[in-house]
Unconditional design. Structure first.
Length: 271
DNA sequence: ACTTCGACCTGTTGGC
DNA sequence: TGCCAACAGGTCGAAG
């Protein structure tokens, strides 16, 4: 469900309802997520006011005076508000009670996500420390990407999806950005020119910015923090369109598998 | 240091 | 209609 635009959409959706609120309690029904939910989470959170809601890579960070709540949505996670007393579904693993009677609910059928507690500086956490730059920041630029690609034999798509290189770019937007940039996803990262990387950097920024503006991509059931779906699906050029005509040249889009993920591209437009 | 691959889970879809 | 394999938005960590 979530790549960067979807996580950003969730952040923007929940922020206005969360900022300034005080956590009054936590109910953990299923602590076995990607990592166990800390068993002292309730004590850590109770009585603390939310100072800020932000995002780093695909993590939602909810900052309090003492520490920080960190949530990852994995493949199928959702974070949204319900009124206290709302019926509990099979995959509603964690509820965070607030001082206004609302619950911030974490749901995740596949349980690839995580609910973690950070002490002190977020960037110092092992899960965040090794991460590359944000794709929409100035730190993600041609010179940087070229340097990271130098000498690498991995397919450029894998490079783009490697969080140590740049965060937030998942399978959908990697496919889209490479198509927009006219680069074959299976080309070795180290053998792509500076000029073409300049184009790729622009395309990554463009596709993410545009997807955020549309509220993300809803494939199945993604909804933002405000409960609305994302409208970027209608703008997808290649993802999910294998066998259909290339929007530019009309030849059938091809599908291959790279690192167990589906890759769709136009063999004519992407070189 | 770099690359590949299995692992973690459940739900949905498509083929026979 | 049923069954089973394959696949789905992520990413860590082990093995080569």
């Amino acid at each position: 469900m979530p790549e960067l635009p979807e996580v950003e959409t969730v952040c923007r959706g929940i922020r206005p309802h969360l900022q300034g609120r005080v956590f009054t309690g936590v109910t953990v029904r299923q602590p076995q997520l990607r990592w166990p939910v800390p068993d002292d989470l309730a004590q850590r959170l109770a009585g603390q006011r939310v100072l800020a809601v932000s995002r780093r890579a695909k993590y939602v960070l909810i900052s309090l005076a003492e520490g920080c709540l960190m949530v990852h949505l994995g493949m199928s996670g959702r974070l949204f508000f319900v009124a206290a007393g709302t019926a509990v579904g099979k995959h509603d693993h964690v509820d965070f009670a607030l001082d206004n009677g609302q619950l911030l609910r974490y749901t995740d059928p596949r349980r690839f996500g995580a609910v973690l507690w950070l002490e002190g500086e977020a960037e110092a956490h092992p899960l965040l420390g090794h991460l590359g730059p944000e794709p929409l920041s100035a730190d993600f630029n041609v010179a940087y990407l070229l340097a990271r690609a130098k000498g690498r034999s991995v397919p450029v798509k894998s490079l783009l999806m490697d969080g140590r290189v740049v965060v937030g770019v998942g399978n959908i937007y990697a496919n889209e950005a490479l198509y927009m940039a006219g680069i074959r996803p299976d080309r070795a990262a180290g053998k792509i020119s500076r000029q073409r990387y300049a184009r790729l950097v622009d395309c990554v920024k463009q596709v993410l910015t545009s997807a955020i503006a549309q509220g993300g991509t809803t494939l199945k059931d993604f909804v933002g923090g405000d409960g609305r779906p994302g409208y970027f699906k209608q703008e997808l050029l290649v993802y999910g369109r294998a066998g259909l005509p290339c929007p530019a040249c009309g030849s059938a889009l091809r599908e291959i598998r790279q690192a167990q993920r589906s890759t769709v591209f136009c063999a004519r437009c992407q070189r």
